[in-house]
Each structure stands twice: as C-alpha cells, then as structure tokens.
Design a protein around this ligand. Sequence first.
Ligand code: SF4
Length: 353
Amino acid sequence: MTGAELVALRQALLDWYDENRRELPWRATPGDRPDPYRVWLSEVMLQQTRVETVRPYFERWIQRFPTLTALGAASLDEVLKEWEGLGYYSRARNLHRAVREVADRYGGRVPQDPERLRALPGVGRYTAGAILSIAFGREEPVVDGNVRRVFARVFDDPAPKDSGLWFVAERIIPGERPGDLNQALMDFGATVCTSRSPTCGRCPIDLHCRARAAGTVGERPAPRRPRETPIEKHSVAVVRHEETLLLVRRPGRGRLGGLWEFPGVSRSPGESIVAGAHRAATEWAGIKVAVVRQLGSVDHAFSHVRVTYDAVLASPKTDPSRGLAADGVRWVREGELGEFALPRAQRRIAELL
Ligand code: SF4
C-alpha cells in the first residue's frame, strides 16, 4: 500500500470513529484529557477479556481505587479481592507492583518515555502503545487481536506475522490524533470487521480492502490450529473445624498467585482422590485429616490447562493450630469466606458444601 493510500485509510478510520466511537467508562469524552491511570487500567483489564465483562469491574475498581496513588497504597489482598472473578490474576499483581514503582520512582506520574513505561511489570509493547497514544497523544502503534484481523483482511494476508503487523501499524500511526486512530482500529475491529460476521456492505474502508476485492474475507485471517489443552486432576481438602474452614494462600507468583483457596494438590498418576486430599492438608498446613465424605467435582478451564477439582470434606485429626505459624494459613468462619480473594473454582467448591 502506498503512503497516499495509507493516509486515505487513516482518514477514513478517523472519520468513522468520530461518528461511531463506543461510549466506554474509561474513555474521556472528546475534548477532555484522558487520565493515564484509567487508560492503563482498562487496557490491562481488557487483555483476554470482553468489554462487557470488564465494564462493571472497571466501574467498581475506580470507586474503590480512584487514583494510581490509592491503588499503590492498597494491600495485595485488597487488590486481588477487587479483581476476583476477572481471571488472569498476574495482571492484577503486576499492575499493583507497577503503580507502586511509578509512585516510588516517578512521583506518581505515569512515565511518557516508552523504555521506562515498558520496563514496568506487566507493560508490554501493546499496553505501552495504548497508554502513550491515548493518554499522551504520542505516535505509538498498537496491535491487538482486532487490529490483526483488520490488517489481515485489508492486506489479504491469511497468516500475518507479528513483525509485519507492527510494521504496518508503525506506518499508519504518524499524523494527527494517534490515540483516536488506535481506538478507531480497535472499535472498528470489534464492531464492523468482526471475526464471524463483518458488515462489509456498510464498511467505510471497503475500497481499501483487498480481501473484499478477492472474495476471501471469510478466510482472513486463517484460523490458528487449536492447541491441545492438557488436563490436570486435583484433590482438594475442605477441612472443617468448629464452624471454620481451612484456607491457604498460594505463593505470590504463578497461576492464581496470592489468592486464597482450600488446600489442594495435583494428583500423581495412580493417586486416589482421598490420598491426594490427605497430602494436600499435610503439605499446605501440616495437619493430618480424617475424610468425612466426597463433596463432588468442579471443572475449570484456564488459558492453557483444564483442571478438575475433586473436593473432599475432612476434619482435622491433629492439632488444627499446627501450621498456623506460617503466613498464609487461616481458619476462616464460613460466613467470612466472602472477605477473601478466592478464585472462581474455589467459590464453586465452597458451594458444594
Ligand atoms: S470490507 Fe469487510 S473485511 Fe474488509 S475491512 Fe471492511 S468489514 Fe473488514
């Protein structure tokens, strides 16, 4: 595509955006200056997550942590509790670490230097590009799933490479209103050039679209081969003692890091559900248990793995206070479970009771 064609495409997208931009709670109204914290938060929440799912989370979050400083001052437990149910919890942990770093090193101001911004935990090229362009008006590109699909169709490329997509995004971004252009591409991909039913008949850039001309829209981009998802079987010990339940906190890093859960382990081949539950109580809290009954199973799909949690109700056989010296082991009244940040599957296990 020539430079002149890119300029025309850019202008068509901006004109479309002026008429059709989505009203979103994190977006500034035209003429107002976007708040970098709100832009950053929304981009982190929107990773792997639909706009309609994010909307209520964002609104609650802003009530609770209205500024970057307020978020930095909150404990990780408070942050994870507010994130509960949104999944991919490393996003919340990284955001929390990053805003503290911004408070310590940059006086609470989000850095406008791309290198510094991208050095913050959880801020990759996409997030940095979105913050810099939308909040600061800098000519920084973004490539997300929507942009990838639009470019794949406009250039009629069945399998565009990341390097090629970023190259095109870098070529189209220079000019006025770079933040609006990036948001136009995102909105256009989400509402017009959608993956299943693009409305080509009402498309403002159809004259630029090579896939439309070639009749290959439905095959662009070509679907990626689905990965085989590994399956894990876990035993979970729901240990009850005098109206309280045993909760443990997962280590700070890794899957569901920092969240609370009932003690659980991934079973070894041949290990029974009950044997796994015994091991879970011992390994996590240092106590031996007597199994009362099996509670049932909960299935949960993470991004790269499916887990079946087989839950067992148990009672302590040894002193229940053993293990409590360790930070991250608690006996919690059943009515107080709601105060702890529990992953969705663990809430469903609690419901089995
Ligand atoms: S013509 Fe269709 S496929 Fe091409 S950009 Fe427009 S909506 Fe997307």
